[in-house]
Design a protein around this ligand. Structure first.
Ligand SMILES: Cc1ncc(COP(=O)(O)O)c(C=O)c1O
Length: 408
């Protein structure tokens, strides 16, 4: 049973939250969380919401999946943390990394474990710079790779970069999905091209089939490394373990975070043993205290195994069901709902009006959706991968109601 609170307690938490937790978004907080299970988030005043955000791509196996909860409890009862990364053998790290590298395929022998997506980006950028001895990165318009200084340097939106400049100076942004532009930018000073296989914060943009293969060729021709950011797209979100696996491209480096920890803070950078050898010379060239935390790894193993037990096929099926429902709304509300795109359970709808009132109204009607950082007018739809057809019907029904209200 979730912990309900009185109205006075709720207002007190709301007030103390904004007073004591540094906020980067102004305004009144929407609700006080009490519990989350599967695809449902319940508030302290007893309201339930259908979660079509997965906590922004984290709860891929649903909130509080019983196998994940059990793994966390068992590991927490044994040990939570014993040393800084790299001195002792932590079996949970081995178990997790063998699963991740196995899913990534040939050439991925190793992982460096982190605690977040931005940290994975930093690790990948350092690895690329040190291995190639080159200074430059090529990134893409509307890209998002995190908010730390290195990651910010390769994240696109100018208004969030400008106040923190100078950032890394040798970064070139080129239009996503343009091989011509990429070809003009990638050269023998380029350490790496960093790319999302489907752009998440850019609006769930699926590139043309030849885009990633073309980038691979450019990297091969110039000696640059190809970093594929799977922080949002990994762990089955698109219907494959990794979103780049819809092509036959093999990146040099894969970054992961979000869903990899089954809801706990965890990230991973996957590459070859040869690439990672660069961090041993000199020793300690890269370091983290909490990366690969054993409890997070235990949760990650359980989450991985839930997905491995047939969930990828279900993501493809549920994704098609979802997009069929959305396509029908496109016909019904032509001119208002102007685009539906995505892959697996990673979708976006594009509206011809401001998306924020639509998102807010859906929440009033019990459905959580969100916007994306680098594309206005876009509503992101990324539910837990365990969502049922009945829950998809509920979502589509509420969206139909709200679009009907907007249209009239
Ligand atoms: C593609 C991508 N890379 C990196 C990040 C940064 O991850 P984190 O917020 O864990 O630092 C995000 C976060 O949304 C992301 O979507």
């Amino acid at each position: 049973m979730y912990p309900t609170m009185s109205g006075v307690e709720i207002e007190s938490y709301r007030d103390r939250f904004v007073r004591h937790l540094s906020q980067t978004v102004p305004g009144r907080k929407e609700f006080v969380v009490a519990e989350a299970r599967g695809c449902t988030v319940t508030t302290a005043d007893g309201r339930s919401y259908l979660d079509m955000t997965s906590g922004i791509g984290v709860a891929n196996v649903g909130h509080c999946h019983p196998r994940v909860v059990e793994a966390i409890q068992a590991q927490a009862a044994r040990y939570a943390h014993v040393n800084v990364y790299g001195r002792f053998v932590v079996p949970e790290q081995v178990e997790l990394v063998e699963r991740l590298t196995g899913a990534a395929g040939a050439g991925f022998d190793m992982a460096y474990l982190t605690s977040s997506g931005a940290e994975s980006t930093e690790c990948a950028m350092k690895l690329a710079r040190k291995h190639t001895g080159r200074p430059k990165f090529v990134a893409f318009e509307r890209a998002y790779h995190g908010r730390t200084l290195g990651a910010l340097s390769v994240s696109w939106r100018e208004e969030w970069r400008a106040p923190f400049e100078p950032l890394l100076d040798e970064v070139m942004f080129v239009p996503y999905d343009s091989l011509t532009a990429a070809a003009a930018a990638v050269d023998d000073r380029t350490a790496a091209v960093i790319v999302e296989p489907i752009q998440g914060e850019g609006g769930i943009r699926v590139p043309s089939d030849d885009f990633l293969p073309g980038l691979r060729e450019l990297c091969d021709a110039t000696g640059a490394l190809l970093i594929v950011d799977e922080v949002q797209g990994g762990m089955g979100r698109s219907g494959r373990w990794f979103a780049h696996q819809h092509t036959d491209v093999r990146p040099d480096i894969i970054t992961m975070a979000k869903a990899v920890g089954g809801g706990l803070p965890l990230g991973a950078v996957l590459a070859s043993a040869e690439l990672f050898a660069t961090f041993v010379d000199p020793p300690l060239s890269h370091l983290t205290t909490m990366g690969g935390n054993p409890v997070a790894c235990a949760a990650g193993i359980a989450a991985f195994d839930v997905i491995a037990d047939g969930l990828l096929d279900r993501v493809v099926e549920a994704g098609e069901y979802l997009r069929t429902g959305l396509a029908a709304l496109c016909d019904e509300f032509a001119g208002l709902l102007v685009d539906v795109r995505g892959r697996g359970l990673w979708c976006a709808i594009e509206l011809s009006v401001d998306a924020n009132p639509v998102v807010a109204r859906m929440q009033q009607l019990g459905v959580l959706v969100g916007s994306v950082l680098n594309q206005s007018g876009t509503v992101r739809i990324m539910p837990p991968l365990v969502i049922s057809d009945a829950e998809i019907d509920t979502f589509v029904g509420v969206l139909r109601t709200v679009l009907g209200e907007v249209a009239s």
